[in-house]
Design a protein around this ligand. Structure first.
Ligand code: WT7
Length: 612
């Protein structure tokens, strides 16, 4: 079993050199396979282009204390802090003043560069706009924009002002917007001409929303505020507000099994860990050009596409527009991207396009690759070794709730393809059963973390009961199941709940079911995730038709369109089955577990609570 060597510092042990094939996800489907435990990507430290920021991982895991990380960020007198000061102001006031912070590429070939000083002035202006509007400390300001310079400025300007910033994914439809703005009682919304139309559909249901700021409307109609006019009039000086570390920085809505999306709230203190993980995991160095492909509407986009990299003073690329393989390769080439953070679905799509496409581009700037959101197939890791000149993907695991990466394959350590890696220094991660008992190595169970890390969510907005559900027997239950191997590497098994991960995005079945039954033809609906080669999972719906309607392809398409337009472009059922009845518990709850078992031909398990 020979090692496959190269000039770039990576060797892969115990894996057949090629013969890989995109498709079957052996991480999940075949946990017993020994191959994935044998296969190891070993790095030769003498050949790495840059020395990893994190050295002596195992030793640090023993000695590290969170207070050690406090010195990497800047504090105001009296123990106050502001995440936006750390991301922008401190560099504008220091040696990185004229360093390019943002390389914004609109996807059509137009590129704009912004230095830290320029972002400092722009975010100051926006903070002054909020002041003029009379926005209060900790008010909620939502950013509903396509990726654009304004999206970054609005997000960070809100945080430096001391209000709570909340980005919204631009694919959201009126219902999704109403749920988020309504639950949080947002007072301001920053949006554009196109997206504001969806807001107007639900405006009457949002009495708390007072200010609508539109970035591209030259002459806005009554009741709207012109971004351009206000920004032009605002002063470029602003004293960033020193916040208590526990005051809120940003919030993001995410989905659970039941109920509407919940508002996950993060504190300013989180920047400590967002900074440290960017430094130790993503391993960003001064000379790097860093690119995170996640939209600013998701937690990866804000934590590793805004806060962490800029706190480390990195130059980062922001690419607008839809995912397109050629455009992505071109972006790496044109901007000389060296550190790249993306998602498994994108990796699988690139793989499916074949190995000739990347050969057309000069991708030699790439130094380190990372992935998040769902299991990264070992094939993806191996494929990258082939096409990106022996650079493998490092899988990272975390959640909206955790606020930063908690488990990962660190740059310094050997990668086990298919594994999530090991916990960050300062993170105690275990596998527990339902009673909180810690399970031995090799056993499958709930992935749980000892609470108290700096970037942990502080609240589910106005819903302490939901927040408390996460904490049991002294542990934070992640909702994922996993196991730990003999070398201490963590392996993802699945979700312990009904949450669907589709193309890396998190969708709650309840939201989709609620949107479905608003369609006149749908009497009842049950929604599950169905495994899919490319997307990880797709959303599949089982529906009972309202009497008088008959099943047809046209009707199904119509229902799909309906859900898309209400909820979101990505959160609609790609497959719909019409059924006579849905399995329910005696209390009337749809048993999605049973729907899934039937669909996938799995054992149906305990049915003692079934209706009949
Ligand atoms: C869920 C969290 C915060 C990053 C984006 C997703 C799944 C995340 C991995 C991974 C397997 C993963 C889990 C997790 N997930 N990373 N490396 N391997 N699964 O954030 O939308 O809050 O979703 O994504 O199921 O609980 P999110």
């Amino acid at each position: 079993m020979g090692a496959r060597g190269c000039q770039c510092g990576f060797m892969i042990h115990g894996l057949a050199a090629t013969g890989r094939k995109a498709g079957k996800c052996d991480t999940m489907a075949d946990k017993s396979t020994e191959l994935m435990h044998e296969g190891l990507v070993i790095k030769d430290p003498t050949k790495l282009r840059l020395k990893p920021n994190l050295q002596n991982f195992e030793q640090l895991r023993q000695s590290f204390e969170w207070s050690d990380a406090d010195k990497d960020v800047e504090w105001f007198p009296g123990g106050k802090i502001n995440a936006a000061h750390n991301a922008i102001d401190r560099h504008a006031k220091g040696a990185r003043k004229d360093k390019v912070a943002l390389v914004y590429d609109d996807g059509e070939g137009r590129v704009q560069k912004f230095t830290f000083q320029q972002l400092y002035e722009e975010t100051n202006r926006f903070a002054n706009v909020l002041k003029k509007l009379g926005i209060m400390r900790q008010d909620r300001v939502f950013v509903f924009l396509q990726r654009s310079p304004e999206a970054y400025v609005a997000f960070l300007g809100t945080i430096k002002y001391g209000a709570i910033a909340s980005p919204m994914f631009p694919a959201f439809g009126p219902d999704a917007i109403r749920d988020r703005l309504g639950d949080s009682e947002a007072v301001a919304l920053v949006t554009d001409k196109e997206l504001k139309k969806r807001f107007y559909e639900v405006k009457s249901q949002l009495p708390a929303l007072k200010h609508l700021i539109v970035v591209d409307e030259e002459d806005p109609p009554a009741g709207e505020i012109s971004w351009k006019k206000e920004m032009a009039e605002a002063s470029a000086s602003f004293e960033t507000v020193p916040m208590d570390p526990e005051e809120f920085q940003f919030m993001l809505y995410t989905s659970g099994t039941t109920g509407k999306p919940k508002g996950v709230v993060h504190a300013h203190k989180g920047i400590v860990q967002q900074h440290l993980t960017t430094k130790w995991v993503l391993d960003v160095h001064e000379e790097d050009v860093y690119w995170c492909t996640a939209d600013l509407g998701w937690v990866t986009g804000v934590v590793y596409g805004v806060l962490g990299p800029w706190s480390n003073g990195a130059t980062q690329v922001g690419l607008s527009g839809r995912f397109d393989p050629e455009r992505w390769y071109r972006t790496v080439q044109n901007h000389k991207v060296s550190v790249w953070y993306t998602a498994p679905t994108a990796v699988r799509t690139l793989m499916a396009k074949g190995d000739d496409m990347p050969k057309k581009y000069d991708l030699s700037s790439l130094r380190a690759l990372y992935s998040v959101g769902e299991p990264l197939n070992p094939e993806g890791v191996k494929w990258a070794l082939d096409v990106f000149d022996s650079k493998p993907f490092h899988d990272t695991w975390w959640q909206t709730e955790t606020g930063s990466i908690l488990i990962t394959n660190f740059p310094e350590m050997p990668i086990k393809p298919g594994s999530m890696g090991k916990p960050m220094p300062g993170i105690e991660a275990v596998i527990v059963d339902e009673t909180g008992k810690v399970l031995p190595q090799g056993e499958e169970g709930n992935l749980a973390i000892r609470p108290g890390w700096p970037s942990m969510m502080r609240q589910i907005w106005k819903n302490p009961a939901k927040y408390n559900e996460y904490f049991r027997h002294g542990w934070y239950y992640t909702g994922d199941t996993a196991q730990i191997d003999k070398d201490g590497y963590f392996w993802y098994v699945g979700r312990a709940d009904d949450v669907i991960k589709t193309a890396g995005e998190r969708v709650g079945p309840f939201e989709v079911e609620s949107a479905l039954i608003e369609h006149p033809a749908v009497a009842e609906a049950g929604v599950i995730g169905k495994p899919d080669e490319l997307r990880g999972n797709i959303i599949k719906a089982f529906i009972v038709l309202t009497p008088g309607y008959t099943e047809s392809d046209q009707l199904k398409t119509d229902i799909q369109k309906f859900v898309k337009s209400k909820l979101a472009g990505h959160a609609y059922p790609r497959e719909i089955d019409v059924v006579k009845t849905l399995p329910k518990t005696r209390s009337g709850k749809i048993m999605r577990r049973l729907l899934r078992a039937r669909e996938l031909g799995l054992p149906i398990g305990d049915t003692s609570t079934l209706e009949d």
